[in-house]
Design a protein around this ligand. Structure first.
Ligand SMILES: [Zn+2]
Ligand SMILES: [Zn+2]
Length: 297
């Protein structure tokens, strides 16, 4: 299989990283997408895949940086001639989110205008997603894959459930954390995984500043803790992702970030600190994700 990193950034608009998105393509061509943040669908096409080819989308949670591109994914799937409904897996609230997008929803005018053409009426299923709100355990299976999920710890559950994922396919195991603070459920999901994609949003040196800022109180995983998670889970390789803009030198982004990050310390050098902190405990294969990183597994 191959895995394309479609987006490796976090919640702010970042000229160097799209928001969260991972595309898994099996050797038989079946495609599965984890998260659909802003920019991820553009990067999908850059990676020579199309929304019409993706059978299943798993939204780990309903923060905008994980779902923003879903309307674009569905409408362009329609325009790229997908014939069936995309299967959408996600937490409680996923149905509410999707039900308010297309017919009768935010994009109703687009739907009515575009569906006036006979050709577009032949595949309306593309914008009528098959939504399945999932619970911990086996979330999805077909002839090729099994996808398990469990709660991770990121947002209070009454606001949005947040899921981590374990996918088994072609005799391999892929795990993806979504967004989370360090938690046992993610270690279990990642147990002996061939590859773990885990969020690593803020470096250790930014966390104290952030804790005093009154912004971004949602929980994430510091690099030192990520190294321990990879060791505890016994993963064969680790990809850190969902980087919270700490390396950016973009002036607009830095201005917006000044209330919750030490702007004078931002820059590409911070990634070295992140690697060193992961390496305090984890010594195995490690990649720091970037957009359009392709991994063959
Ligand atoms: Zn996020
Ligand atoms: Zn989040």
């Amino acid at each position: 299989m191959k895995i394309d990193m479609l987006g490796t950034g976090a919640a702010m608009i970042d000229p160097d990283r799209a928001q969260s998105g991972i595309l898994v393509t099996l050797d038989n061509g079946a495609k599965y997408m984890f998260d659909c943040g802003a920019g991820s669908v553009h990067n999908m096409v850059r990676a020579n895949s199309s929304p019409a080819e993706v059978g299943v989308v798993f939204l780990t949670h309903l923060h905008h940086d994980h779902i923003c591109d879903f309307p674009l994914f569905a409408i362009n799937g329609w325009m790229y001639d997908r014939t069936d409904s995309p299967i959408v897996l996600g937490p409680k609230g996923t149905k509410h989110f999707c039900d308010h997008l297309f017919e009768g929803g935010a994009f109703d005018s687009d739907f009515r205008a575009r569906s006036a053409f006979p050709r577009r009426q032949t595949n309306l299923a593309a914008v009528r997603p098959d939504i399945r709100e999932v619970s911990p355990g086996l979330a999805y299976e077909d002839d090729d894959v099994r996808i398990y999920c469990d709660f991770v710890e990121h947002i209070p559950r009454e606001i949005s459930e947040c899921f981590g994922i374990r996918m088994e396919a072609e005799g391999k195991v892929i795990a993806f954390s979504g967004d989370t603070s360090p938690c046992d459920n993610m270690v279990k999901l990642a147990k002996n995984a061939d590859i773990l994609f885990h969020e690593c949003t803020f470096p250790e040196s930014f966390i104290e500043f952030r804790s005093k800022s009154g912004t971004g109180t949602h929980a994430h995983t510091p690099p030192t803790a990520l190294g321990k998670i990879a060791v505890d889970a016994g993963v064969k390789s680790l990809v850190a992702t969902h980087f919270g803009h700490f390396e950016s030198t973009n002036k607009s982004l830095q201005k917006a970030a000044e209330h919750h990050m030490p702007v004078e310390e931002m820059g590409p050098h911070v990634m070295d600190e992140v690697v060193q902190d992961i390496r305090r405990s984890y010594k195995g294969p490690l990649q720091m994700a970037y957009d359009l990183l392709r991994i063959d597994l």
